[in-house]
Design a protein around this ligand. Sequence first.
Ligand code: HMG
Ligand code: MG
Length: 309
Amino acid sequence: MNTHVRITDVAPRDGLQAEQSVVPTSDKATLVGLVQQTGVEEVEVSSFVSPKWIPQLGDAAELFELVAASKPEGVLYSALVPNMRGLEAAIAVNQHAREEHGIERLIDKVSVFAAASEGFSLKNTNGTIEEVLQRFEPLIPKAHEHRMMVRGYISCIVKCPFDGDIHPVAVADVASRLLEIGVDELDLGDTIGAATPETIEPVIMETIDRLDGRATNGFGDPTLTLHLHDTFGRASDCVRMALELGVRSFDSSAGGLGGCPYASTETTRAPGNIATSVLVHTIREEGYTTGVDDAALQRAGEFAGGLLP
Ligand code: HMG
Ligand code: MG
């Protein structure tokens, strides 16, 4: 049995995008540096989204420039892109890194993000689910042309802060569309941390069904990742369920930072991601392995925690 579980630390992106204060670029670079030393396979470094929508990450290109020289062998860097403009910014960063630092590919993967609910799709990306998917269609072959992998997020897989409960088939339908337009992997986001093992099981099952037996992709990585936010302390129970169902890739954030500002409502603030330390502990308890080093993870978690007021 394959017991290795892959981890993407999303703290520099999901962790910092919703904060009131804007973290200085040099501190973000320190965070990336600490996170990449923990032994996770991938770091989600930033987003090439509209700075009008997410001012906290308006320095993505500068951040990549700061971390370029210290990117370790074997760690992937990824970034969110909502449209062609975002992808072009990622391509420009890679081109600059090639010319200035001789780095073949600084950003290995771009992530497009759709939603399973119309309410969140409109709030987060100013388009219906179908409109947003259509924005991705020309973007994905262009990312591949520039030798970047593409992750496809689906938000609100169990519950939407605006539309309420989401049917697992609605999630799987978006998964099918993302696969059809060429993403290399899917990432299921429980954006507001509403999932329980009972509610997440059918979502994972329906999605695995659409993957039609493809547990790994052309790069040898798992085709399915789970991205949990931890509002009610059920995220680790959901990890256990997902492991049982065959999921071998998870997102988490150093220090448990995180949250999408467009998932907050007037009364409820969007919750943080499952902390990487909690995820690693859960994975080990279930008899699986990660490449994570506890002392390095503690250093990253402490630094992450200290970044916020
Ligand atoms: P829009 O307003 O419809 O777009 O937003 P637009 O094309 O009309 O552009 C508006 C302005 O933004 C224009 O500037 C564009 O040039 C600029 P102006 O002409 O007014 O000066 N612009 C850009 N600037 C830089 N980079 C770009 C870009 N695109 C447009 N790529 C849009 C549509 C998708 C752009 C906007 O809604 C957006 O950026 N949304 C991003 C929201 C976001 O980042 N949310 C958080 C990430 S998703 C998440 O957290 C969930 C996840 O963690 C999983 C989970 O937990 O479920 C992934
Ligand atoms: Mg998230």
